[in-house]
Design a protein around this ligand. Structure first.
Ligand code: NDP
Length: 505
């Protein structure tokens, strides 16, 4: 069942600059980790005590024990970080390609050296499964090596008609990230910004402070010029809002919910900041009637429950032909019964706890809502799985007889809850797939390649995956409609950090 995850891993490994080997078990080390206090932010090349004094508790989602505390920065800390980034931009924006590649390589090496620790701390603080956190650490490295690969052949000067066109670094970039793959988002966004010649102020989710701390130590060791990157732990409505309103920030790269993305976009317009927004999703998974169901259904379960369902790209709407519903129900039940829910540090765990009690409650509310709306529970339901009452564990849940108008089919649940919707014809499947406010990623399974491509071409989504969970770290990633604005990764991602200037003689 995890064959497809393995393939996903292998695909992401392809662009590493060095082979990456993980130690097989990290649980024991992690159990011995003492309670930790993060009381510094990172400004102008130094770990400094923030002006902000608010303390936020860090809770292990697997058992709800307190594992640490973080002292949060405030607006003044944010302004200091922006000022350091602005000063650094003056010289960093003038660096050559070779200098930037040198810094990115140092960043890669420093992260690679501590990859096992980065994985372990993510498992402990976020509750991501070991399988997922390993992949997320690989994605950190691939984000950096991908930025290097793109930079090597990128033309910052071009000729268009009779004019010279220069692509110039935008300035200071605000990077605002959520908790569901915190360090991997930071590494991808920061390395692309640095490749472009920008400098950065980063505001991670405060729930990721232990993960951020290890990454910051890696980045510090990489020896980048002072002020080129700055990291301020803090809340969205203080640090995030200051980054959004500050005239010294030229662009924001954000990953998170659509509602917060809209707040940032509204705030950014006053200073005409550029924005790249990677927001929510409600991805359709169209299983065409000629697909091999024995392959497509287990794959649909992996696509739906990836990152314990806390993924914007999760395939949460499974579209099946109405004549195949009975067979699909049997296969789905079998596949979900075999999904191991449990401690995230165990090798075999496929679904771990939700990141917080709040997120657990949110998912419970959606399961209740599904029942109230008249959908049928095929498997799962409200409450904790047996024996996992201490943590934020949810029963992997599948609803059948779902109508695409129901809220469980329209809203991002961000937990392991899937909806099965039937269609009569291929055209109806495409119509249902596109009948959503979102458009981030979609999945198509078919026994006929040409048919799968024909269907993929009609889906309104930034990425469409055919017959598998393939990943291409240099292909553009981003959303149609309310899934966002702009693209990340590869050439399309790099261009988002550049301003275009024409020199006409
Ligand atoms: P948010 O979108 O609110 O948080 C993402 C980041 O934005 C965090 O760092 C947050 O800080 C920051 N932020 C919040 N408000 C502002 C603001 N006004 N200005 C600037 N930055 C801000 O996600 P939540 O953590 O609240 O999760 C809620 C739901 O969002 C989830 O249930 C899920 O549906 C969706 N989500 C989607 C993600 C995706 O990958 N597309 C990722 C995470 C969540 P702080 O943590 O302090 O609020």
């Amino acid at each position: 069942m995890y064959e497809s995850h393995e393939r996903f891993n292998k695909a992401t490994l392809n662009v590493s600059t060095k082979p990456v080997h993980f130690k097989p078990r990290i649980f024991v080390k992690q159990k011995q980790r003492a309670m930790k206090t993060v009381d510094k932010i990172y400004v102008n090349g130094e770990f400094v005590t923030p002006r902000g004094t608010e303390i936020f508790d860090l809770i292990n989602p697997a058992d709800n024990t307190r594992i640490g505390m973080v002292r949060l920065g405030n607006e003044e800390d944010t302004r200091m970080a922006i000022s350091a980034a602005a000063d650094a931009f003056v010289s960093y924006s003038q660096t050559t390609k070779e200098q930037r590649l040198h810094y990115l390589q140092k960043m890669y090496d420093a992260v690679e050296k501590r990859k096992d620790e980065l994985t372990a701390v993510m498992v402990q603080e976020y509750g991501g499964t070991l399988q997922f956190c390993r992949m997320s650490t690989l994605n950190m490295l691939n984000g950096i090596s991908g930025a290097m690969e793109t930079l090597r052949t990128f033309d910052f000067e071009r000729t268009v008609s009779k004019s010279q066109v220069r692509l110039e670094a935008l300035g200071v970039v605000g990077i605002i990230t959520p908790w569901n793959a915190s360090n991997s988002f930071i590494c991808n966004k920061l390395s692309t910004a640095l490749a472009a010649g920008c400098t950065a102020v980063i505001k991670p989710s405060e729930m990721s402070a232990l993960q951020t701390q290890v990454l910051t130590e890696c980045l510090h060791e990489a020896g980048l010029p002072n002020g080129v990157f700055n990291i301020v732990n803090g809340l969205g409505h203080t640090v995030g809002a200051e980054i959004t309103r500050h005239p010294g920030v030229a662009k924001i790269s954000f990953t998170g919910s659509t509602i917060t993305g809209k707040t940032i976009a509204r705030g950014a317009v006053d200073t005409m900041k550029r924005v790249t927004l990677e927001l929510g999703g409600k991805s359709p998974n169209i299983i065409l009637d000629d697909a091999v169901l024995e392959k497509a259904i287990p794959l649909a379960v992996v696509a739906g429950f990836m990152n314990s369902g806390q993924a914007c790209i999760a395939g949460t709407r499974i579209l099946v032909h109405e004549d195949q519903l009975d067979r699909v129900k049997t296969l789905l039940k079998d596949a979900v019964e075999n999904v191991q829910v449990g401690h995230p540090a165990l090798e075999t765990t496929a679904v771990g706890p939700m990141v917080s009690k709040k997120q657990y409650e949110r998912v419970q509310q959606y399961i209740r809502l599904g029942v109230e709306e008249g959908a049928d529970l095929l498997i799962g339901g409200i409450g904790h799985p047996d024996g996992l009452e201490q943590g934020n564990f949810v029963k992997p849940t599948v609803f059948v007889n779902v109508n695409n108008k129901m809220r469980i089919a329209r809203e991002e649940i961000f937990g392991p809850v899937l909806s099965v919707i039937t269609y009569k014809t291929e055209d109806e499947a495409i119509r249902i797939a596109n009948d959503t406010d979102y458009g981030l990623q979609a999945y198509v399974s078919s026994g006929d390649d040409a048919r799968a491509h024909r269907v993929a071409a009609q889906i309104n989504a930034g990425r469409v995956l055919i017959n598998g969970l393939h990943h291409d770290p240099l292909a553009p990633f981003g959303g149609f409609k309310q899934s966002g604005i702009g693209r990340e990764f590869g050439v399309y991602g790099l261009e988002e950090y550049l301003e275009t200037k024409a020199i006409i003689v």
